[in-house]
Design a protein around this ligand. Structure first.
Ligand code: ZN
Length: 1119
């Protein structure tokens, strides 16, 4: 391969591109026939030249280990230089500054960025991070108050708790809501020893920062008299709970130097007190970390008491009612009188509010475009609508980081414990206002790269010697510029054509790949889609097969296309199966489709080549005929058993025979118990919950699926799985192949056409139409000093650096963690380059490149000022969810809590000025870390309620693995929107309220969504007129609980609410089925599960309680 050949002259990219117009989302919810979906043109990048040196697919590979690659990249694939070998500080890294700069908020120097590609905006000094005012939230937990809360975000005092709404729960059983279909949980089958874990290492972080002598005025901590007794349990002590005045200190003077904490007036002087408070035990044996002693009052006997990290051991005793999955959890808390419910004396309005932070960011950053010219800028939050202008760094839609200013040394990084990670969504869809990446064609020589580290030409490369050579910004190697690529430099040393070339001026762009980047040195054929339909008894009886076949007749007209292509290049094929497989010949010359049965599932082969994969328009008549006949052919089936692995095997073999990549769409209903490879047993055993063996529930039952997945990846065969279970199907095992091939899993428990067809069809349409990059490989390169060490997502890795994706769509993210392997340098900063090699929907091989420059710091305060909590939570959730494969869930929770406490303690110790230990001081950028972390800790994977099935947990676990930052944000902290508070005319979404029962007014109606679930909650005292307008019934009592469709009524309120529901659905990658919940109805328990600031019935702590606990952990670390 010759990478240094000349490239043909390139037209200014202003004109060169629009071969691939922006991603226009087709309308999904609508009728398939109505709009022709435009396919987002693929922007995937192709293989890195270095990749060709990896063994060709199909050749012997290491066992799948996608989940936890070895931490060392020492064995870089041949030809790839290990990063560590280059000294740092070379060329483009300026001398490391020894000057301790006096730092002021907003003044971090990025003026001196020698590599910044964009000269046009050198003076844009965007303040990093949140507004420099209010550097931190100071909260004083003293005398049962939180004082401080200096952040402008915090609303005035006094509102406190609304009148405690008593939502006594009715008893009864959950109807099958579609949320968590509850199955009969009868037998506890023998437990099969799971093999082949995904290699995840147990969560293990390095030592906590040293707790130095932190002089605290009140050594023992302020007295918390009313915390005697169960602040956590909500029982047992008298005293007026609401009478305590809340105290919020006034804001401190602005413009303090960073690092100065903004402590408000400390509130009433905390009485000196030793750590002997009964019941709260601030200093001793904080029982929450691993290996610590039990703590009085925490592992309390109250069934609803939060358990934080420590679970009270094996199967948590549940109230008898809760053993029945159909029963409503015991409503202990709700039976208490109101005064006892609201026990905590901390004003919820005085602790950091997610709603306020989101609103502030929208107000402060939503109006201006985010211009990516400067290094290390913290982008607006994912919840803010903003436009991006690419001026040399990748858009935050493609890459978000936990911090945009990373510590110069590993010692600093270890001290802070802030994970350094990037959440990368290489093929992210863009809004119509933003251009898709330009495609650059460097001709036969292929993309220009560094000879040593193989990094691609990018805006940070530095041209020297009059333009005849360039120095690599990643490894410092000096490379010759090929004659055809030569250009003169201007007086600043910049190439005069820099702005005509995307690769010299933009953060994201694509290269056309040459044949060197293709498998077997052959340009790929267009991919194929194979639809594989379970036709066993359950699939037929539920109406699924008929519904699906009817839909496919029109859906195949909307396969992804590129650019202005008339029709999709993708070919299609059809298979049905139960215990045997049926292949269909749908060749255009046939009058009728022909079926071929393969009953030897142990040795799967494809019985026909010609006529199996066909072009839709050529074979339309035969395909339509087939789809008409399938439901009839199997209408009377009695076959209940299915196979699973042989189905995937067959699809993969078919792609192999056709020498193309592609995607399998599997529609499957039951545990595959028929005799065949990949046969499974029912091994669900809820008794394992909270035991050391709980991890086996998440591990695959057999290694067969990993072996199969590995073959699929080698073939570029991506598997999307649609599950329609009526009982346990072992999602943990069935999702192995989708997970390792970059595919998606959808689950519709107890599927019934009348209830679930809208959700299923919407998901299916979107899934089939979305643009996919096939046969992809992703590599993340970094500048000297850091390197990628760990990866999270739906993919496969056969070595430590290459992320292999049989398919990658615009919804999937790959999270990459970085570690230091050398010292970084403030002058030069740190660079990331993500290169994705892929085959587009039209069969074109391409490389998509994303570049991002980060700042480096020698002061911890700079790290804390440039963090993004939403991204941190995304990373921490993925880390924890992988951890449950190998460690007890309790250990995983403990690890999260400990890490979070260490992060905050390090800030307190190093960045905040000394203050009373009774004050909880949070960095401004991380003031939501506790509330969000608590949501992760009490999520279904880490702390399941009684109604959550093993399959639900496995399902959520694998969903989160690929989520982007916006998705994890709303998934862990749902949005709760009051519907009748704002004027009906208002076109904008109503402002959200905090996810707590205390925020619900029984005279109002609310929507709650988390990206997967959507509830409409109706208060019992809602005005009759509102009820009439929305439901077309005359009273609250006549509203049907569990309703999933609102009547279409011609009045402003009805239109507004239905419009809002549509808009929420359009924002999410999966269709959210609506569930109408009436106050005090039995379904309300389901809804309350999502009020994440409250104590949960499964034992999860309330936000206030968790904050107190976190404070205690921090103090422990500091003492
Ligand atoms: Zn290099």
């Amino acid at each position: 391969m010759n990478v240094n050949q000349s490239a043909p002259p390139l037209p200014p990219f202003g004109q060169s591109q629009p071969v691939y117009p922006g991603y226009h989302q087709s309308s999904y919810g609508g009728q398939p026939g109505s709009t022709a979906p435009t396919t987002p043109s693929g922007a995937y990048n192709g293989p890195v030249p270095g990749y060709q040196q990896t063994p060709p697919p199909g050749v012997s590979r290491a066992p799948p280990s996608s989940e936890a690659p070895p931490a060392s990249t020492a064995q870089a694939p041949c030809g790839q230089a290990a990063y560590g070998q280059f000294g740092q500080g070379d060329v483009q890294n300026g001398p490391s500054s020894t000057v301790q700069m006096q730092r002021f908020p907003g003044s971090q120097p990025f003026g001196s960025v020698p590599l910044a590609p964009v000269v046009s905006q050198p003076t844009v000094l965007q303040p990093y991070g949140p507004p420099p005012t209010s550097a931190q939230v100071t909260t004083q937990l003293a005398g049962m108050q939180i004082s401080g809360a200096v952040a402008p975000a915090l609303p005035p005092v006094g509102l406190g708790y609304g009148p405690p709404t008593s939502l006594a729960s009715a008893s009864g059983s959950f109807p099958n809501s579609g949320l968590y279909g509850s199955y009969p949980q009868g037998q506890a089958p023998p437990l099969s020893q799971a093999q082949g874990h995904l290699g995840a290492q147990p969560p293990q972080r390095s030592a906590p920062p040293q707790a130095s002598s932190f002089t605290s005025p009140a050594s023992g901590g302020p007295r918390m008299p009313s915390m005697t007794g169960p602040i956590l349990s909500g029982q047992g002590f008298g005293g007026p709970s609401l009478s305590q005045p809340n105290h919020v200190s006034s804001p401190p003077p602005q413009a303090l130097p960073p690092g100065t904490q903004m402590t408000g007036p400390p509130g009433p002087p905390p009485p000196m007190h030793s750590s002997q408070q009964p019941g709260y035990q601030l200093q001793q044996n904080g029982s929450f970390g691993p290996g610590r002693g039990p703590q009085p009052n925490y592992g309390s006997p109250y069934p609803g008491a939060p358990t934080f990290g420590s679970q009270p051991g094996p199967p948590q005793p549940l109230p008898p009612k809760r053993l029945d999955p159909d029963a409503i959890p015991s409503p202990q808390l709700n039976e208490l009188p109101p005064q006892q419910k609201t026990r905590h004396r901390i004003d919820p309005d005085a602790i950091p509010s997610p709603i306020q932070v989101i609103e502030d960011d929208r107000n402060n950053r939503g109006s201006e475009p985010f211009v990516t010219g400067a290094r290390g800028q913290v982008p607006p939050l994912v919840t803010t609508n903003f436009l991006v202008k690419d001026q040399g760094n990748a858009s935050p839609r493609y890459i978000r980081c936990t911090s945009y200013n990373i510590p110069c040394t590993s010692d600093m990084a270890k001290q802070a414990q802030v994970p350094l990670a990037a959440v990368i969504k290489p093929l992210a869809r863009l809004p119509p206002e933003e251009a898709s990446p330009y495609v650059v064609d460097h001709g036969e020589s292929g993309p220009l790269r560094c000879n040593r580290c193989k990094a691609y030409m990018c805006p940070f490369m530095q041209f020297v010697e009059g333009g005849r050579r360039f120095q690599c910004c990643f490894c410092s190697c000096i490379n010759d510029v090929p004659p055809q690529y030569f250009q003169h430099l201007d007086h600043t040393g910049k190439r005069v054509d820099a702005y005509d070339r995307p690769e010299l001026s933009l953060g994201s762009y694509e290269f056309l790949a040459t044949v060197d980047y293709c498998k077997n040195n052959k340009f790929p054929s267009p991919p194929a889609f194979i639809f594989m339909i379970d036709v066993s008894y359950n699939a037929i009886r539920s109406g699924l097969v008929r519904l699906l076949c009817e839909e496919l007749k029109s859906l195949i007209d909307f396969l992804p296309r590129e650019g202005g292509a008339e029709e999709s290049a993708i070919r299609v094929g059809f298979v049905t199966y139960n215990k045997v497989l049926h292949f269909y010949n749908v060749k255009s010359s046939l009058a009728q489709p022909q079926m071929m049965v393969v009953s030897d599932v142990a040795d799967m082969f494809v019985p026909l080549l010609d006529g199996f994969l066909v072009n839709v328009s050529e074979s339309r008549a035969v395909i339509t005929s087939l789809l008409d006949q399938i439901p009839e052919m199997f209408a009377d089936t009695r076959e209940t058993e299915t196979v699973f692995a042989p189905v995937i095997q067959a699809g993969m073999e078919a792609l192999k025979a056709a020498e193309c990549a592609g995607k399998l769409f599997l529609f499957h209903t039951s545990l595959p118990i028929a005799e065949a490879p990949g046969k499974l047993k029912n091994r669900d055993d809820r008794k394992l919950i909270n035991t050391d063996k709980e991890k086996t529930l998440f591990q695959p039952q057999t290694g067969a699926y990993q072996t199969l997945a590995k073959e699929c990846v080698a073939q570029g065969c991506c598997v999307d799985l649609f599950l329609f279970p009526n009982q346990y199907v072992d999602v943990a095992t069935l999702s192995v192949v989708p997970q390792l091939t970059g595919g998606s899993v959808y689950k519709y428990a107890c599927f019934q056409v009348e209830n679930d067809q809208e959700r299923f069809l919407s998901d299916l349409r979107r899934d089939v139409q979305k643009v996919v990059g096939f046969d992809a490989v992703m590599r993340v390169r970094t500048s000297t000093g850091i390197r990628a060490v760990d990866f999270f997502g739906a993919f496969y890795m056969s070595n430590t650096t290459d992320v292999e994706l049989a398919g990658l769509d615009g919804d999937k993210t790959v999270t990459v963690e970085f570690k230091h392997d050398d010292r970084l340098n403030e002058e030069s900063g740190a660079l990331l380059q993500c290169a994705l090699l892929y085959t587009s929907c039209a069969g074109q091989r391409r490389l998509r490149i994303h570049n991002l420059a980060l700042n480096c710091c020698t002061q911890l305060a700079d790290l804390y000022r440039n963090c993004e909590t939403d991204t941190l939570i995304n990373y921490m959730a993925k880390f924890a969810y992988r951890g449950v494969l190998n460690s007890p869930v309790k250990t995983v929770r403990d690890t999260l809590i400990t890490q979070c406490a260490q992060i905050l303690a390090c800030y307190r110790k190093n960045c905040a000025s000394p203050s009373s230990a009774g004050q909880l001081i949070l960095p401004e950028c991380m003031k939501l870390l506790p509330v969000y972390l608590n949501c992760v800790l009490k999520s279904d994977v880490l702390q399941p309620g009684a109604e959550v099935t093993t399959d639900d947990r496995a399902y959520v676990r694998q969903l989160v693995t690929s989520m982007d930052v916006a998705e994890t944000n709303v998934f862990f902290y749902p949005r709760l929107l009051p519907l009748t508070k704002s004027p009906i005319e208002s076109a904008t979404e109503p402002p959200a309220v905090r996810a707590s029962e205390e925020r619900l007014s029984n005279g109002d109606i609310y929507l709650l969504e988390n990206g997967l679930n959507l509830f409409l909650w109706v208060g019992a005292s809602v005005q009759q007129g509102v009820v009439q307008s929305l439901f077309s019934v005359s009273s609250f009592s006549q509203i049907t609980s569990g309703l999933s469709v609102l009547p279409v009524l011609d009045n402003p309120l009805s239109k507004k609410v239905r419009g809002l529901i549509d808009s929420l659905r359009a924002q999410r990658s999966r269709y959210m089925k609506l569930i109408v919940v009436k106050q005090e109805d039995k379904l309300e328990m389901l809804f309350k599960h999502f009020l994440v600031e409250d104590k949960s019935l499964s034992g999860g702590a309330s936000y206030v309680d968790f904050l107190c606990h976190m404070h205690k952990e921090i103090r422990q670390l500091l003492s």
